[in-house]
Design a protein around this ligand. Sequence first.
Ligand code: NAD
Length: 418
Amino acid sequence: MSDEVNPFESLQEQIDDAAAYLEYPTDVLERLKHPERVLEANLSVELDDGSIEVVRAFRSQFNGDRGPYKGGIRYHPQVSRDEVKALSGWMVYKCAAVGIPYGGGKGGIRIDPRQYSASEIERITRSFAKELRPLIGEDKDIPAPDVNTGQREMNWIKDTYETLENTTEPGVITGKAPESGGSAGRVEATGRSVMLTAREAFDYLGKDIEDATVAIQGYGNAGSIAAKLIDDLGANIVAASDSSGAVYNPDGFDPRAAKAHKRETGSLADFEGATDAMSNEALLTMDVDLLVPAALENAIDGDIAPDVEADIIVEAANGPLTPRADDVLTDRDVAVFPDILANAGGVTVSYFEWVQNRQRFYWSEERVNDELETIITDAFDNLVDTYERTDAPNFRTAMYVVAIERVVDAAEESGIWP
Ligand code: NAD
């Protein structure tokens, strides 16, 4: 039987695992395991044929001790209240892990966006923005893109908010297109932090990333860009998958060509650079130096973990390993570098975007990438120091120790009121 767990329970278990290395009373930690509030909205949306559809949407504000709530909005048929709660909690610990001044939030709409026209998606998005309006704002809660959302949706949310508020406030949302106040480097930021984490991880473990073999599960924004940047380090991308299946070439292939093929045809299937097709599951158990899960939660569970052959896993997706998979991989000495560090590039460059919006002063892409590199490599150094100092069983637990300490410090400095 699969141990596919509720992602919210996974988050709580990860906090409990780290608590063993922290000396906080249980009441202090209990606060950190639940969202402060969750909005659940039923959006009435007019479809192109004139009929009305009711669409379920959520926004969870998990913790604001370190700054305004921050986190993406995803459109996916699996979106649920607990998934959004988990994702908002991971944002809290991600922002704390890399030391940027935000709390955590997350939103989602339960739709399969492929079933809707662009004008229907616009009405769904603007309807959600109307519901979010009282909760969001550049000092309150700042959404961003996630699975199946991007610059287009962010621009609509910004425009809806600004129209209703009769103001200009580009910092209300990040991940916008450049002409709407987006930052240089934002589109590549998540893949870039995955690449930086992989580079530092290989270095720390005394392995050479040049010529390392790499498999990428999920070939969207995070996965395809991570593939390209890891390829630039001299590694060999040998396999990649999307929801249509996996492709493989033992000699490696050009990740840019794979992305162009997916852009043109809608999937990786029949990509000429990697002629062997395989199942999604087979990709996860390939004997590679580096595996990058970059799709959704629970991709590697306790059933498949004993068969994982990769030496190093760098998590581009949020929550791709279940807690049981974590235990199995820890026992098997597979080095797992956690999501809250590896994919933090997205929120870090969102933070840069927000800073630029507030200052009305825009940075070059080179400056964005340099500042991102500093934040991720500093966070990596902090991680390995804590890993060695605490004797934590794995890198995830060590990263949570760093993050929880920062959130608790902020909460204690503010005090509890009333
Ligand atoms: P995306 O929609 O651009 O890409 C997701 C990809 O996963 C698609 O190629 C899809 O076909 C593939 N996929 C879905 N199910 C699959 C399966 N079972 N096997 C293989 N592939 C599968 O989404 P994204 O923005 O790249 O996000 C991916 C993950 O990265 C999510 O967990 C997201 O929360 C996380 N993340 C994204 C960002 C960002 O800035 N985009 C930032 C931080 C974290």
